[in-house]
Design a protein around this ligand. Structure first.
Ligand code: BYC
Length: 477
């Protein structure tokens, strides 16, 4: 074991880390394992690069981060909770009105641990999924952005591990170790949730992932930020500050790919996907297929449409709704109902169920509203070029593995299909092996000259922080 008290002092934190001996010992034990995981599973060949990164140093909204060159293994993965709110209460469920818990309520211990572990598990998973992408980055700007996302996912893992170590004793420590042992896509020891075991094989997939899946992160963290368990709420609030940049990377990344394609299509008066591909850009139908895939696997992350787990998380006060305290109702939901989609007599219908059991579906609906607004912005980019194509979200039941639609085939328009009909259309709606081969071949090799961009993506409108677009965001040494 290499770490010692100096290392603890090096973790930027606002939780008085240096004073808690038990916590120190736990983190001293975990930190070398974390570094081992980072060297094995973090971005390939990146350990010696100097990367222009943002590092969180406080929770002051005016200046919570510094920007500077950092070698990623030396990134200061800090632990930050937003300051406590005096008099904060549990704001929903049967414990509504009690003072917010500063310690784990014994009867909810295993439920709470499961929520924290599930959240924590997604963070290293995404780093594993993106491990190889630095090798084919379209620019130094984009390379820096993926590394920024990766180190911050690492920090979010630290945030959950802090809670496990600080509040859950021995089982917390065991869970923290297991978080470094599971591997995305591993047949024997996979990550917990489906989408985090899917490959992210290219940059279009990466941008789709950060647009769609990181946004699930936003909605889940927002619900946990309402938790009656105050340390979890305060931790998640600060994580949301960083999450915004990840979704920005996704939205602008897809937007820049769409822009480049649509501009070249307009310039050359071409519409046929093969002709468009011949220009060295990604045709719009392929982008639509990637969208269909990432949207549908992300919808699954919200869990079953009807969930007694979700009802328990809410009733106990552990996990709220999106923006719970801004909602004008009784925050108990004993008599309320909510509509969920389901299948009846071979058709998609809506049925009214108790709102408490429909909380996953409600959060999914909140999420869909925000995602639709992003797709509308991409369509504005296409519209500007005069190209008639429009991207769209497929039906909620399309390609679902979790919930009422799982086990059925639903078309992007919401029609229920037979197995044979689905198979015949599958490659028109979802990326096929040849699609992946094409996209990966186009993205082979990385662009390393400052200010230069791969042919298949438009430059961003501005650089990072105060730097110009042609800044040397990564130095390879
Ligand atoms: N894949 O009652 P049900 C992020 C399991 S992303 C596999 O319907 P529940 C990030 C479920 O665990 C945000 N299994 O679901 C983004 C349960 O198993 P058990 C991550 C699934 O429990 C990008 C069973 O099926 N945070 O931060 O109401 C980069 C029955 O489930 C899936 C959270 O998810 C699935 N998709 O809801 C980096 C918040 N869905 O218990 C980071 C914490 C369900 O019977 N987690 N199952 O063995 C939760 O709130 C809930 O666990 C879920 C599931 C919403 C995920």
């Amino acid at each position: 074991m290499t770490s010692n008290i100096d290392y603890i002092d090096k973790i930027p934190n606002n939780v008085d880390l240096g004073r808690d001996r038990v916590l120190q010992r736990a983190l001293e034990h975990w930190q070398p394992a974390y570094m081992g995981w980072w060297y094995d599973m973090g971005p390939t060949e990146s350990h010696n690069y100097d990367v222009y990164l943002r590092t969180a140093i406080s929770v002051d909204p005016e200046g919570w981060a510094v920007f500077d060159y950092v070698k990623m293994p030396q990134y200061r993965w800090g632990i930050f909770l937003v300051p406590p709110t005096a008099g904060r209460e549990v704001n929903f469920g049967i414990n509504k009105g009690q003072p917010a818990w500063q310690d784990v309520p014994g009867e909810y211990r295993s439920m709470l641990r499961r929520l924290i572990v599930t959240q924590g598990d997604t963070e290293p998973a995404s780093v594993e999924q993106q491990k190889m992408l630095g090798m084919c980055a379209p620019s130094l700007y984009d390379l820096r952005n993926i590394y920024q996302v990766n180190v911050e996912e690492g920090r979010h893992l630290w945030a959950m591990v802090y809670l496990l170590h600080r509040y859950f004793g021995r089982d917390g420590r065991e869970e923290a170790e297991a978080l470094l042992e599971r591997r995305s896509g591993d047949a024997d020891n996979p990550r917990i949730l489906g989408a985090f075991n899917e490959p992210t094989p290219d940059w279009l997939a990466f941008y789709m992932f950060t647009f769609f899946t990181d946004r699930d992160g936003k909605f889940q963290l927002s619900s946990l930020a309402e938790s009656g368990f105050d340390p979890l709420a305060r931790t998640c609030r600060f994580m949301l500050t960083e999450e915004a940049h990840h979704m920005f990377v996704g939205e602008t990344g897809v937007g820049r790919i769409v822009q480049r394609t649509a501009e070249l299509m307009a310039e050359h008066h071409l519409e046929d996907p093969d002709d468009v591909r011949a220009l060295g850009v990604i045709d719009l139908p392929t982008i639509q297929r990637y969208l269909n895939f990432h949207y549908s696997v992300t919808l699954d992350l919200f869990g079953g449409d009807i969930s007694s787990n979700a009802a328990s998380f809410y009733t106990t006060g552990l996990k709220g709704r999106y923006e719970e305290t801004k909602i004008d109702d009784d925050h108990v939901l004993a008599d309320a109902t909510y509509k969920v989609g389901t299948l009846k007599d071979g058709r998609v219908i809506e049925e009214e169920i108790p709102a408490l059991n429909a909380l996953n579906e409600r959060l999914r609906d909140d999420y869909i509203g925000e995602v639709q607004a992003g797709v509308d912005r991409w369509n504005k980019v296409i519209e500007k070029t005069g190209i008639p194509f429009r991207l769209r979200l497929p039906h909620k039941g399309f390609h679902r593995q979790i919930g009422n639609f799982a086990g059925h085939h639903i078309s992007p328009d919401g029609e229920v299909m037979t197995d044979a009909a689905w198979k015949a259309k599958r490659d028109a709606w979802m990326p096929s092996a040849p699609d992946y081969t094409f996209v990966q071949a186009m993205m082979a090799g990385r662009v390393v000259e400052p200010g230069k961009f791969a042919n298949w993506i438009a430059p961003p409108r501005r650089g990072i922080h105060t730097q110009p677009i042609d800044f040397e965001y990564v130095r390879f040494n």
